[in-house]
Design a protein around this ligand. Structure first.
Ligand SMILES: NC(=O)CC[C@H](N)C(=O)O
Length: 382
C-alpha cells in the first residue's frame, strides 16, 4: 500500500506503508545510527516523535526482543529507505515490519531519506504527517502540522508504581554478556541502594547499576523528594526522557529538594537538563538535535574524547548556570554544546549523552563507576 509523508514546509514524499496504516502527526527527527534500530524504537525519549533512520537498510538482523530498552516502542512513526524483508540472525525472533504492525506504529519505507534529512538539517526539525490516504488536502494538513505541539510525554512514558530490583537477582541477557562480558564489576551485591527517577528511563540505565552490584528502586517521575528520602537511598539517578525539559515544572521542584541534600546524584540527558533548570540554568532547542551513535564528547579536564550515543533535541544554554554552581565536564566536539556538568561543592554530575549506550559505543560506561565511587566516599564519610 502507498503511504505519504507530508512535511510542515509542504514537501511530500511518497513511499510504501509499513506497520500500521493509521494517520499520525508527529515531530520528525533523524537518527544516524547504523545499528540498534530496536533500541531506538523502544527508547521512551522518542515519545512524540517519528524517527527517520539515515542508514539505508533497516531490519537486516531482525527483532531480538531481549534488546528492547523498555516494554514497548514509543516512537509515533518510523521512516526508512529500505526495510529488510528477510532478516538473517540466529537471535532474530520477528521482522521489524511485523513488530511495527503488532504495536500499531505507522511507518513509511522506500523514500529518499537523504533528501529528507537534508531538509531537516537545513530548515530544522519540523512536524510531519504519515498517511496512507491519497486525497489529503495538503494545505489543510500543513496548517494542522504547524499547530501541532508535543506535550505531556514524560507523564505518558513514566512507570505507574515504584518497583525494586535486586542486584543478586540480575540475570544478564546474551546481549548484556556480549556487550560487557568480563567487564562486569565485582562489587559486593546489594552494596548500594540507588533511587532511579523514571522520566522515560532506558532499561540499560537500571542494568548498568544492577550489574555493578547496586540494588535499584525505580520511581514514577512525579514522586515527591520526601518519599524518596524516606527510603534512604545511597544515590539518586535522574533518567533520560522525552519532550521539552521546561515542561516538567513539578519534577524540577522535586529535583531542587534532592539537590539540597547530600546524596550523590548522577543524571542523564533529560535528567541533566532538569538538574540545570533546577539550579537556575536555561535550556534551548537545537536546530535538528543530536541523534546517533557516534557523537564525540570531550572531557574538559583530561582533553580526552569519547564517542557517545546521543538522542536529544534540547541543550543547556552555555553560560546560564552560574560559574560558582557548576563547571562544564564535557562539551560536544562537533558543535561545542554542553554535554555535562560537575556541580561544585556537591556530589552531583550530569551528562547530556548516553553512557548506558544501547545502542552505541560503551566508551563512557565508566561514568556509572564514577557514580558508585561517589556513593562509596559518601558512605565512608558518614
Ligand atoms: N534522551 C533524552 O533524555 C532527551 C531529552 C530531551 N527530551 C531532549 O530531546 O533534549
Amino acid at each position: 500500500m502507498q503511504a505519504f509523508l507530508i512535511l510542515e514546509d509542504g514537501n511530500v514524499f511518497a513511499g510504501t506503508s509499513i506497520g500500521s496504516t493509521r494517520d499520525v502527526i508527529s515531530e520528525i527527527v533523524f537518527n544516524t545510527s547504523m545499528t540498534g534500530y530496536l533500541e531506538i524504537l523502544t527508547d521512551p525519549s522518542y515519545a512524540g516523535q517519528a524517527v527517520v533512520m539515515t542508514y539505508p537498510l533497516i531490519g537486516n538482523y531482525g527483532v531480538c526482543y531481549e534488546d528492547m530498552e523498555s516494554r514497548k516502542p514509543w516512537v509515533d512513526g518510523y521512516i526508512v529507505r529500505e526495510i529488510a524483508r528477510r532478516p538473517s540472525n540466529f537471535r532474530s525472533e520477528d521482522t521489524i515490519e511485523y513488530f511495527l504492525k503488532k504495536n500499531d506504529i505507522p511507518g513509511i519505507a522506500g523514500i529518499d531519506t537523504r533528501a529528507l534529512t537534508k531538509i531537516l538539517r537545513e530548515k530544522g526539525t519540523m512536524n510531519g504527517m504519515i498517511t496512507c490516504k491519497e486525497d489529503v488536502d495538503i494545505e489543510k494538513a500543513v496548517k494542522e502540522l504547524k499547530a501541532h505541539k508535543v506535550t505531556g510525554v514524560v507523564k505518558k512514558v513514566t512507570c505507574k508504581e515504584k518497583k525494586s530490583y535486586l542486584a543478586k537477582e540480575f540475570v544478564p541477557t546474551s546481549a548484556d554478556l556480549a556487550r560487557s562480558g568480563l567487564k562486569v564489576r565485582p562489587y559486593k551485591t546489594g552494596h548500594y541502594k540507588v533511587a532511579l527517577l523514571d522520566y522515560g528511563s532506558k532499561d540499560n540505565i537500571k542494568d548498568c547499576l544492577l550489574k555493578r552490584g547496586c540494588d535499584v528502586t525505580v520511581y514514577p517521575a512525579l514522586t515527591k523528594a520526601e518519599e524518596i528520602f524516606a527510603d534512604n537511598p545511597d544515590g539518586i539517578m535522574l533518567s533520560n526522557g522525552p519532550g521539552d525539559p521546561k515542561e516538567c515544572v513539578e519534577v524540577i521542584e522535586e529535583i531542587k529538594k534532592m539537590y539540597q541534600r547530600d546524596v550523590p546524584i548522577f543524571a542523564i540527558c533529560l535528567g541533566h537538563q532538569l538538574m540545570a533548570l533546577a539550579c537556575g540554568g536555561d535550556t534551548r532547542k537545537l536546530k535538528y538535535g543530536h541523534r546517533g551513535a557516534n557523537h564525540p564528547v570531550k572531557d574538559l579536564k583530561t582533553g580526552r574524547v569519547y564517542i557517545s550515543s546521543q538522542n536529544h533535541g534540547y541543550v543547556v544554554e552555555d553560560g546560564t548556570l552560574k560559574k560558582e554552581v557548576a563547571e562544564k565536564y564535557f562539551i560536544n566536539a562537533n558543535d561545542g554544546t554542553i554535554e555535562g556538568y560537575h556541580y561544585l561543592g556537591k556530589n552531583v554530575f550530569t551528562v547530556q549523552f548516553h553512557p548506558e549506550a544501547c545502542a552505541g559505543p560503551q566508551d563512557s560506561e565508566f561514568l556509572f563507576d564514577e557514580f558508585i565511587n561517589m556513593m562509596e566516599v559518601q558512605v565512608c564519610q558518614k
